[in-house]
Design a protein around this ligand. Sequence first.
Ligand SMILES: [Fe+2]
Length: 301
Amino acid sequence: MRPQNPNQEKNVRSKMQSAAIPVFRSKRTIVKRGFLYLAMLLAFTFIYTFLEPFWLETKTIRIADNDIPAVFDQVRIVFLTDIHHGPFFSKSRLRRLVQTVNRLRPDLILLGGDYVHRSPEYIEPCFQELSLLQATYGIYGVLGNHDHWEDPILTRESMQKAGIQNLDNKGIWIEKNGQRIRLGGVGDFLYDTPDIRPALSGLQSDDFLILVTHNPDFFEGQKTDMMDLAFAGHTHGGQVTFFGLWAPLIPSQFGQKYRSGVIQMGNAKLIISHGIGTITPPVRFFARPQIIVATLQAIDN
Ligand SMILES: [Fe+2]
């Protein structure tokens, strides 16, 4: 019905306007709230990326193999890599790491390199702390690209002083009660001349071989018939990932292939750790720092 006079028309118009305002306001409120929640989520994610590097995970893996001698059944291997002691990974944090590892009562400790970050001044303090590691069959390690950048000579000297045996392009036997396993190391893929031959030297096909190297790219195209178990780091699990599924930046020539986890290569298992520390910026997202604990399981033939 049409209003009879101008006053009536004015009243109707003002009623219509006042009815429209709440609708308009409520839409604006929803949009505002949406932005607020999004901002809160982004802020939480941003803060979380700085907290995840402290959220250390102990990842346990069982390795069952016919070549493991009975006397080495249940031997516990702890693999630590990419500690990156430096401006973002303090000495007290390193000390706590060593205490955590010793509490795991490892039989053998393997170190995958990249001990320090940004300066050679961290090398000696790092190995002073690592000298407190304890393992029945000893502690062995290789160098990573950061160790070659900082000071490989000082790194090897400091390792030796700390009672850690360098395994770059070397192989040794670990023996017990007349049985043995082979432990070998390979120099860094990018800054050393990796040579697997010393690790394979004197090896029989039924010997159990454990290999350690820094950069998993080394394993691409390698013959795996004599290998049983291998450890590598370097990729930091991508460090910042899309919910653990994919990482935009990986220091590998083979994309996501060697990012993280256990990769079956023929009969051999390659374990790639996320590592302990970080490179710059000191953040992680869905790539928690890891201590790897691999337990050997002998299988009766
Ligand atoms: Fe690293």
